[in-house]
Design a protein around this ligand. Structure first.
Ligand code: ADP
Length: 411
């Protein structure tokens, strides 16, 4: 079975073509700067063949048309025709309260995703563009959507509610939804496979630390709390997002600096976080290099970033009545041994003994980084959200085929 996974952002499309039996990625790539000057497509085949196409790409449908052309091209393609594609899996950021798992696309599902746009105005429209484009280009191929929010739909109400008038929750669906769900799900399950323990018996804290960062408490197989909220702004300090902050700061600044809503939104989403504090960069590699050169604000930013994560780990351990496993993932979590060491120190009080030697030099690979004697295990697990989407798509398509076969038997 071959499955294409699509991740459509406002001006980009990331894609991977999977051969499901072996889980091999036959080709992957990205379309960038859609609707802007200087659009381009990069495709990489699993035998190392690389292609860069430059030229204006006006919208997502044209971008996807090019991608399909590349994937089936004689010179740079990976398949002979579209008939070889069994299904398409889409990443959709916000599924609101309507979706707690991946689903097969139907008109009803599309309507429900459209209804979620009000609470996800930035992410919903480009996600839908990818779905509309695929329906137009490959109308006979089944499509599945996987939601970033779905994994967190198991949170109890006292964890997802905000303390604002209850009527506003009812009216607008204002509550914590959480994001990076496929990543938290994948790395928590994978950690249990590596440790050879039953997922449904473990209390796990997963730290997804990338440009966007979130942390999740998973108790006995279910997400019970997560740091991102109704939008991906809440929680940890991120590359350019402030994370948790007294809301009074925003209203103060809006008044004193006479900021309109758009400017205030840009301030906390694009000019804050590590970039705002350090004034150097949002990129962790550059910030660590600056800190090593003696830059005090880079040092302060890093201390704030690590401190916030430590506070969340402590509070999630309390929320679960203990913790068995802590997992690092995302660009920083997977690659920065320095960051992991700073976060992991001083947790002996709760049974976590960090092993600095095992941690040193671990970049982008699975590794247990706690001491053998440690009661709480700590691991690095590179995330693979695309594989989660591909596997969910495969499961749903196979179920549908079984149901169709059963229906035929009835006749
Ligand atoms: P996104 O949220 O955009 O998917 P990523 O998960 O790719 O982000 O993470 C990007 C972050 O990972 C950047 O801050 C980058 O500096 C950081 N990063 C990647 N490699 C390293 C490294 N070796 N050391 C420190 N930080 C790293």
């Amino acid at each position: 079975m071959k499955i294409i996974v699509l991740n459509c952002g406002s001006s980009s499309i990331k894609y991977q073509l999977f051969q499901m039996g072996t889980k091999a990625v036959l080709a992957k790539g990205v379309v960038e700067k859609i609707g802007l000057h200087g659009s381009f497509i990069k495709n990489e085949r699993n035998d190392g063949d690389k292609l860069l196409l430059e030229g204006d790409i006006y919208d997502h449908q044209i971008g996807i048309e090019y991608v399909l052309g590349i994937l089936t091209s004689e010179k740079h393609g990976s398949i002979k025709s579209f008939d070889e594609i069994d299904a398409v899996g889409h990443r959709v950021v916000h599924g609101g309260e309507k979706f707690n798992s991946s689903v097969l696309i139907s008109d009803e599902v599309i309507k429900m995703i459209e209804d979620c746009i009000e609470i996800a105005p930035l992410h919903g429209p480009p996600n839908l563009k990818g779905i509309y484009a695929m329906q137009a280009l490959l109308p006979n191929i089944p499509e599945v959507v996987t939601f970033d929010t779905a994994f967190h739909q198991t949170m109890p109400d006292y964890a997802y509610m905000y303390a604002i008038p209850y009527s506003l929750y009812k009216k607008y669906g204002i509550r914590r939804y959480g994001f990076h769900g496929s990543s938290h799900r994948y790395v928590s399950q994978r950690a249990c496979e590596i440790l050879n323990v039953d997922y449904n018996t473990q209390r796990i804290i997963t730290c997804h630390l990338g440009n966007g960062a979130s942390i999740t408490a998973i108790k006995y197989g279910q997400s019970i709390d997560t740091s991102m909220g109704m939008t991906p702004l809440e929680g940890l300090i991120m590359g350019t997002r402030c994370g948790d902050m007294d809301l009074g700061v925003l209203t103060f600044l809006m008044t004193r600096e006479e900021l309109d809503i758009g400017t205030a939104n840009t301030l906390v989403n694009k000019h804050s976080g590590m970039l705002g504090i350090t004034g150097v960069s949002s990129d962790m590699r550059e910030i660590i290099a600056e800190m090593e050169n003696g830059n005090e604000r880079a040092k302060l930013g890093l201390e704030m970033f690590y401190y916030r994560i430590k506070k969340y780990i402590g509070s999630y351990a309390a929320a679960m009545g203990g913790v068995d496993i802590v997992v690092f993932t995302g660009g920083i979590g997977e690659n920065s041994d320095y960051s992991r060491a700073e976060i992991a120190k001083d947790f002996e009080f709760m049974g976590l003994e960090f092993d600095a030697e095992k941690n040193n030099g671990v970049h982008g690979k699975e590794k247990i980084i706690s001491k053998d004697t440690s009661k709480v295990k700590m691991l690095v697990v590179p995330t693979n959200e695309e594989l989660v989407i591909a596997e969910d798509t495969k499961t749903i398509i196979e179920n549908q085929r079984t149901q169709n076969a059963a229906k035929l038997m009835d006749y």
